[in-house]
Ligand binder design. Structure first.
Ligand code: MSK
Length: 630
């Protein structure tokens, strides 16, 4: 392994503690302090048994008061809260996808946004039955963008992308009544069902949660992923680095944060512009470093190799380095705390979207039409701010790891081609991967996704689970903040192969991959869904029979619950390390962990003990192998 060694959570924490000391000097607040103020959490909220959907309440369920004023019991209240949570997540993901469709609609050969992957666009057009022959690529882009936008509100029919699934799944969905219709309709229907005086039957609420999630995963999120690839390029393996040490004390540091690559792509473009680099030098810096936080970081890392400064619970740390000239955000997972925190330093906190307005930020309204001009303005503003740095507050932890990222489905299929001696034409099939699994070289795969949550010691669950899984020859595909946890630890360094079991190590060597494959941002879990659909079609198995499970050990957002619903809805058992506020209803818990299996052949396991969680995943993978006789 040479000098390679994983970075430990203890080392992460020591670096954070040093940054919090700087914060204390300037009177900065921090999430670590706010968690203390909020603990213990409200027990009614934790169990999901507080109802405030009408103005007769709020009603809380206790042994003495087992029903709300309208007569709804704990099961109905927990179920409605769960569906609302799902709808919030599906709306956020899908609206992000919608923005990407609008960006595609505005693409032009001489505009700020161009079609970078025309082959993928043509492939999708053919999949959707659109004539491509002799068509100008931008005419085609606009036609497909409009069709995609109509997926959000079409009055009849179901989502186009579901035709990627094996027939068995489609039949199952039809029977269960969960085939997703228009994306917005599923969100709207969910909010209608949870209105006062509508559904309070757990079964119905779970069914719509699955359907709303599927509208997100196989609709809105998939549009986000596919059309981001068309616009900005389908990711291919690329080298980058991760953790706060990627920031550079000599340079103007711009941190991009959020989810929508339309903004961050433009900021990266202008930060690379020789005119801007010369401008940075004119203000005394040696250059410009752009790094990322959360899923925006995943997007630009996968396509440009832009380094990852950190994941969700590290967003305040980038400001605490005292070396961040601007933190530029778009939508989702942004702490409002960045406003007051940035005021303790010289950092400009720049909000750019009407969807995410925050106090104490500088608002630079970013639109597709003004993208180039606004991105340039942002980069210039960061450069101008370099002179305001307070050198005595600057401390960048000397901590980073190398990572190979950019494993889109297309890239995974391509790299695994090198692993077997398969004689089949493997271009475009998952057969080499299947061969590895059926031969037992790989025992299975885990899709590791999701956030950080202060309820779990940050990154511990991700890293410990991954270490044990790879040691057991289970390959990991990761996205979102789980992927960044892996990268920060060093698990996306190809040298991490030495931590694997013999089978996975061999695969890593032959294919020249790390044992944890970076598949992208939150919306890119749709890539994982297409991968399992392809695996099922190529193997002739049902998705639920594949030795594959999903896991979100540190999740926190509504989007994560929507994801969980579409992952189990697709037939993949999913393991959660945080309870989705359903412990107050035995019926809802029973539905989500067991009975839902009758609808979609998969269910949730909730286990807050990380050691038990990983063992349960390994057991499930082995059970699935035994059931299909491999
Ligand atoms: S950013 S939803 S904290 S993964 Fe996608 Fe990370 Fe979770 Fe946000």
């Amino acid at each position: 392994m040479g000098d390679f060694k994983l970075t430990t959570v203890e080392e992460f924490e020591a670096a954070t503690n040093r940054l919090l000391e700087t914060g204390a000097k300037v009177g900065a607040d921090a999430w670590q302090l706010r968690v203390k103020n909020q603990t213990p959490h409200c027990k009614f909220g934790e169990q999901g048994i507080c109802c405030r959907i009408c103005a007769m309440g709020p009603c809380r369920i206790t042994p003495k008061a087992p029903r709300g004023i309208c007569g709804c019991d704990a099961h109905g209240i927990v179920g409605r809260n769960y569906l609302k949570f799902t709808a919030g997540g599906a709306a956020a993901h899908s609206d992000h996808g919608r923005e990407i469709c609008h960006t595609l609609y505005a693409s032009a050969p001489d505009g700020a946004y161009k079609v970078k992957d025309p082959e993928k666009l043509i492939r999708i057009a053919k999949e959707w039955g659109v004539e491509t022959e002799g068509k100008d690529i931008y005419d085609l882009a606009h036609e497909i963008a409009e069709m995609a936008l109509l997926e959000y509100g079409k009055p009849f029919g179901t989502q186009r992308f579901i035709n990627r699934l094996p027939q068995h799944t489609l039949d199952l969905w039809e029977k269960a009544g969960v085939t997703p219709r228009a994306i917005d309709r599923e969100v709207s229907c969910a909010l209608h069902m949870t209105h006062m005086g509508c559904s309070s039957l757990p079964e119905a609420l779970v069914r719509q949660s699955i359907r709303t999630g599927l509208g997100d995963g196989w609709g809105g999120s998939m549009c986000g992923t596919e059309f981001s690839d068309v616009l900005f390029g389908t990711p291919k393996p690329i080298e980058t680095e991760a953790n706060l040490g990627v920031m550079n004390a000599d340079n103007v540091n711009i941190v991009v944060h959020g989810h929508d690559p339309s903004l961050s792509e433009m900021v990266c473009e202008y930060a690379d512009d020789p005119e801007m680099i010369a401008y940075a030098k004119s203000v005394g810096a040696k250059g410009i470093t752009v790094s990322g936080v959360c899923c925006t970081s995943n997007e630009v890392a996968m396509r440009r190799g832009v380094p990852m400064a950190g994941n969700f619970l590290q967003q305040e740390n980038v400001v605490l380095t005292g070396a961040c000239e601007a933190i530029v955000v778009d939508v989702q997972c942004i702490f409002p705390a960045l406003g007051p925190l940035s005021k303790c330093f010289h950092t400009k906190f720049i909000t750019t979207s009407a969807i995410a307005r925050m106090p104490e930020s500088e608002y630079i309204h970013f639109t597709v039409g003004t993208a180039a001009e606004k991105a340039k303005q942002i980069v210039k503003l960061a450069c101008d701010n370099f002179k305001n740095r307070k050198p005595e507050l600057v401390h960048i932890p000397d901590m980073k790891q190398k990572a190979t990222v950019g494993y889109s489905l297309e890239a995974i299929v391509k790299v695994l081609d090198g692993v077997t001696n398969s004689q089949v034409d493997v271009l475009g099939t998952t057969k080499p991967l299947l061969e590895c699994v059926t031969s037992g070289v790989l025992r299975g795969a885990v899709a590791m996704v999701g956030c950080n949550n202060p309820k779990i010691r940050p990154d511990t669950a991700h890293i410990e689970l991954m270490k044990k899984l790879i040691a057991n020859d289970i390959i990991i595909v990761a996205s979102g903040c789980a992927a960044q946890a892996a990268a920060k630890a060093g698990l996306m360094d190809k040298r991490a192969k030495d931590l694997c079991g013999a089978g996975l190590k061999r695969v890593c060597e032959l294919a020249d991959i790390p044992p944890v494959l970076h598949m992208g941002s939150c919306v890119d879990i749709s890539r994982m869904m297409v991968l399992v659909a392809e695996l099922a079609k190529d193997s002739g198995l049902k998705i639920s029979q594949l030795p594959v499970v999903g896991c979100a050990p540190e999740w926190m957002s509504e989007k994560a619950v929507s994801i969980g619903n579409y992952v189990i809805g697709t037939g993949i058992d999913t393991f959660l390390g945080v309870d989705p506020y359903v412990s107050g209803s035995s019926e809802m818990a029973q539905w989500l962990t067991n009975d839902v299996r009758d609808m979609v052949e998969a269910a949730f396991t909730v286990e807050t003990d990380i050691e038990k969680l990983v063992d349960a995943m390994i057991d499930r993978i082995e059970e699935k192998r035994a059931a299909i006789g491999i």
